[in-house]
Design a protein around this ligand. Structure first.
Ligand code: NAP
Length: 343
C-alpha cells in the first residue's frame, strides 16, 4: 500500500479526503494534520465531522499533528493538501523541499509556470512538468495541483468540444455554500439570497481553464488561446456547482454533435475515475445539484440543456465541488502520480 497523509484534515475538504480514502484500494492514511489549535487532539475531537457517513474506523482516535515537515514521517509516500492557500504557500514548498510529493487543492501556484495543474482525463501529460520543477527548484519532492472547483466542472466539457475549434467561452456559475469552507458564508448572508460575487473565483476560472487546455511542450505549458469570461455567484445549495456555459467554436456543431462529443470524452483507468466522464442528460431541466451531484459517485461531470445560440452553443454542467471539485480531484491526481511512477 502507498502511505498517505492529509494536510488540513479537519476542514470541509479535509473531511472529504478522509471519507474518500476510507477503503481505498491503493492508499492508506497514516498522518492527519491541521492548525496548531487542533494538534494533539484526537481527530474526532478536532474535526467537527459533518459528512453523512461515520468517521472511518481507526481514524477517529488518530492524533492530529501540526502541519510541519518535522511532524511527517519520512516514509510517507504522498501528501494530500486541503490547507488554506495562505498556509499552503508557506508549508507546501517546505514539504517538497523535504522530499515529499504533495497533491494539493490550495489555489496558490496553480498557474505557476513549473507547477502541473492536472485533470487526469484532460491533461495527464502535464505531469511531465515535475522534471522542470525539480530542476528549477532543486526539490526531491514535487507539487501538483488540481484546479478550482468551478474550473474543474467546466473544463472536461470544453476539452470535449475543443475538436470543433474552441474560441470563446462565457460562463455564469451557481456555486454551493460548501465551496467557501465551513466558516465561509454565514446563514444570514445566504438564506433567502444569492450573492453575485465570489472573490477571486472568476479570475481562477479564466486562467486555470486555459492552462489546463494548453499544450505541454516539454519545457512548459503553452496556454490555450481561447478567451474565457466568468461570472461567479453563490447560491443556497449545500453541494454541487451548476454552470451555464456559452461557447463559441470555429466550426458550427449541431447540439447533437456537442452532446455526442460529451459522451465520447475519454475516461481514464484509475481507481477513482468515473465512466463515463461526462453524463449527458436529455431533459432540458437537468442537471440539478440535488439530483445529479453524485453522478459517478461524485466524480463525473453532468451536462445537459445543449442548444444552439446565435454565436455557438450553450449548455449547463454540474459537478460535486468537494468531491470532483476538491478531495476527489487530488486523490485522482495521486492515483495518476502513482500509476506513472512519480512516487
Ligand atoms: P476549511 O474548512 O476552512 O478547512 C481548513 C483546514 O486547514 C482545517 O483543517 C484547518 O485546521 C487547517 N488550517 C487552518 N489554519 C491552519 C494553519 N495555520 N496551519 C495548518 N493548518 C491550518 O477549508 P476548506 O473549504 O476545507 O478548503 C481547504 C482548501 O481547499 C482551500 O485552499 C480551498 O480554497 C480549497 N478548495 C476548497 C473547495 C471547496 O469546495 N470547499 C474546493 C476546491 C478547493 P483547524 O480545523 O485546526 O482550523
Amino acid at each position: 500500500m502507498t502511505t498517505v497523509g492529509v494536510l488540513g484534515a479537519t476542514g470541509a475538504v479535509g473531511q472529504r479526503f478522509v471519507q474518500l480514502l476510507d477503503g481505498h484500494p491503493e492508499f492508506e492514511v497514516s498522518v492527519l494534520t491541521a492548525s496548531p489549535q487542533s494538534a494533539g487532539d484526537s481527530y474526532s475531537e478536532a474535526a467537527k465531522w459533518r459528512l453523512d457517513t461515520p468517521i472511518p474506523d481507526g481514524i477517529a482516535e488518530t492524533t492530529v499533528r501540526e502541519t510541519d515537515p518535522d511532524e511527517i514521517p519520512g516514509d510517507t509516500d504522498l501528501l494530500f493538501s486541503a490547507l488554506p492557500s495562505t498556509v499552503a504557500e508557506q508549508v507546501e514548498p517546505e514539504l517538497c523541499e523535504a522530499g515529499f510529493v504533495v497533491s494539493s487543492n490550495a489555489s496558490n501556484e496553480r498557474v505557476a509556470d513549473d507547477v502541473p495543474l492536472v485533470i487526469p482525463e484532460v491533461n495527464a501529460d502535464h505531469l511531465g512538468l515535475i522534471d522542470v520543477q525539480q530542476d528549477e527548484r532543486g526539490w526531491d519532492g514535487a507539487l501538483v495541483k488540481n484546479p478550482n472547483c468551478s474550473t474543474i466542472t467546466m473544463v472536461p466539457t470544453l476539452a470535449a468540444i475543443d475538436s470543433f475549434g474552441l474560441e470563446r467561452v462565457h460562463v455564469s456559475t451557481l456555486q454551493a455554500v460548501s465551496g467557501a469552507g465551513y466558516s465561509g458564508v454565514t446563514s444570514m448572508e445566504i438564506l433567502d439570497n444569492v450573492v453575485p460575487h465570489i472573490g477571486g473565483e472568476a479570475t481562477k476560472m479564466e486562467t486555470e481553464s486555459r492552462k489546463l487546455l494548453g499544450e505541454f511542450t516539454g519545457a512548459g505549458v503553452e496556454w490555450h488561446d481561447a478567451t474565457v469570461s466568468a461570472s461567479c455567484n453563490r447560491v443556497p445549495t449545500l453541494d454541487g456547482h451548476l454552470e451555464n456555459v456559452f461557447a463559441e467554436t470555429d466550426a458550427d456543431p449541431a447540439p447533437g454533435e456537442v452532446a455526442d462529443a460529451f459522451r465520447a470524452a475519454d475516461p481514464i483507468d484509475l481507481p477513482s475515475a468515473p465512466t463515463p466522464l461526462i453524463e449527458v442528460f436529455e431533459e432540458p431541466d437537468r442537471p440539478q445539484p440535488r439530483l445529479d451531484r453524485m453522478v459517478g459517485d461524485g466524480m463525473a461531470v453532468a451536462a445537459g440543456g445543449v442548444e444552439s445560440t446565435e454565436t455557438g452553443v450553450q449548455y449547463n454542467c454540474l459537478a460535486h465541488n468537494t468531491v470532483r471539485g476538491a478531495a476527489g480531484a487530488s486523490i485522482l491526481n495521486g492515483e495518476l502520480l502513482a500509476s506513472e511512477g512519480w512516487l
